[in-house]
Design a protein around this ligand. Sequence first.
Ligand code: FES
Ligand code: ZN
Length: 192
Amino acid sequence: MPYSKQIREECRKAMQRSTETLNGIAGRDAALECGCTAQWELAFDENDRIGSASFRTNGCGYMAAGGEVITAQIEGKRLGELSGLEREELEAGASHKIGATSDRRHCIAACVEALHKAFDEHRKRVSSTFHGESPLVCTCFGISEDRIMAMIEEYDPYSAEELMSVSNAGKGCGSCRPLIQELIDAVRYTKL
Ligand code: FES
Ligand SMILES: [Zn+2]
C-alpha cells in the first residue's frame, strides 16, 4: 500500500532537517514488528529547554513521519512544560496526525520509547552533577529524594500519578516516575 499524503509530507519535512550531529543526549529503540530503529538526539540549553531535537530512523515511513511530528511538538519546549509527556497521548497524537492505523502503532511507540530513553539519560546526567544532601530525583523541578519521602509520609499515595496531584514531581519529562514509584512501593512495603 503506498504511503498516504500526510506521511509523505512529514517525511519530506524530515528530509529537510539538518543532519549535523548534536553530540547531545541520545535515546534508541526498535520496533521488532517492522525491523526499524528509532534514535533521538537532544540538545538542552541552560534553561532546560530542548534547543534541538534530531530524530533518525533506518525505517519505515510511519516511523519517519511520527518522529517528525513529535520533533515539531517538543522542540523549543522546557522540560517542565511537557507535563509528563504521557506515552499514550504522544502516541495517539502522532498516530492521528499521520493517519497511522492501529497495525502501525508499533512504529510510533518505538519513537516515543526512544524519546523517553533520551529523557532518562538527561535526568541521570543532571542528577549526577547535583551536589545536595539528598539525591535529586526529579531534575525537571529540582525535587530531591528527601522531599519526595516527606511527601510520601504526608500523603501516603499509592502511585506516582497520585503524588503528582499534590506536587510537580514527575510532571516534566516524566522520566523520574519509575523512581518515585519505587520510593512509594518501598515505603508501603515497610508498613506491611
Ligand atoms: S525528571 Fe523530568 S519530570 Fe521528573
Ligand atoms: Zn515501522
